[in-house]
Design a protein around this ligand. Structure first.
Ligand code: IPE
Ligand code: IPE
Ligand code: MG
Length: 240
């Protein structure tokens, strides 16, 4: 049994510690983090993962020192310019998930143009969660329903969420040895399998990804049912 998850989501944590270990500024760790993301995108496409969602900047990360926040914003702008042509050539469809109101006009323009340019690609969907928080998403979805005068049902709320264009993540990986969710995909990870890696994000490579996928492939996903109710041959049934 070697099932590859359709949708993998990653909390890319540990850039700062990676830099500190080398006596480098934290932003150097974030730069290395971009390289690690490039490697991870390629590896996911090669393994026929359908959707990769990554947590790049949380609603709470604004509370970091000003120089780190501005460093992250410039790095994001530079990466957007540099990486998009390559991602497009590799058939990646890009989506940016998060509150755009908090971002500069220039950044929003870059985001929109990257989404437009890659909209018809189908090799891999890459969702970049930037200025994202699970609580923000639930609140913005609830506001949308209120504006539209729609009843608050699980289906309507799910459809109003910022990640409604993809199925819920099958596997959520967090690197950096922390075992918490930190306001990532609160709604969507309801039945995701969780994998915590000791590696710092810049050190997360293909072998570590394979370990996470291997662990996932051995899990039994029950979605509230009992083992006896599941089809006998399916160790890890894909639902939805
Ligand atoms: C994750 O790495 C990247 C962002 C939050 C932007 P960190 O910057 O949180 O790295 P650590 O956890 O301090 O090592
Ligand atoms: C989560 O990491 C956010 C991202 C990876 C973008 P943090 O480093 O911000 O999480 P906490 O503060 O340790 O929970
Ligand atoms: Mg961290």
């Amino acid at each position: 049994m070697n099932q590859v998850p359709h949708h993998i989501a990653v909390v890319m944590d540990g850039n700062g510690r990676w830099a500190a270990k080398r006596c480098l500024p934290r932003v150097a760790g974030h730069k290395q983090g971009v390289a690690s993301l490039r490697r991870c995108v390629k590896a996911c496409a090669q393994r026929d993962v359908g959707v990769l969602t990554v947590f790049a900047f949380s609603s709470e990360n604004w509370n970091r020192p000003m120089e780190e926040v501005s460093g992250l914003m410039s790095l994001f702008a530079v990466a957007l310019g540099r990486e998009v042509p390559r991602l497009h050539a590799d058939g990646v469809q890009l989506h940016f998930v998060g509150d755009r109101l908090g971002l500069s006009e220039k950044l929003v323009a870059g985001i929109e143009s990257a989404e437009r340019a890659t909209a018809s690609n189908s090799r891999l969907i890459l969702n970049i969660c930037f200025n994202y928080g699970g609580r923000w998403d639930i609140v913005q979805a609830a506001k949308k329903l209120a504006d539209q005068g729609k009843p608050v049902t699980e289906e309507n709320l799910g459809a109003a969420m910022a990640m409604a264009h993809v199925a819920d993540p099958d596997l959520v990986i967090r690197t950096g040895a922390e075992q918490r969710i930190s306001n990532f995909l609160l709604w969507q990870a309801a039945y995701s399998e969780l994998y915590f890696s000791e590696r710092l994000w810049p050190e997360f490579d293909e072998a570590e990804l394979d370990l996470a996928i291997e662990s996932y492939s051995k899990r039994q996903r029950r979605f509230g049912k009992t083992s006896d109710q599941l089809p006998p041959s399916t160790v890890s049934p894909v639902v939805g």
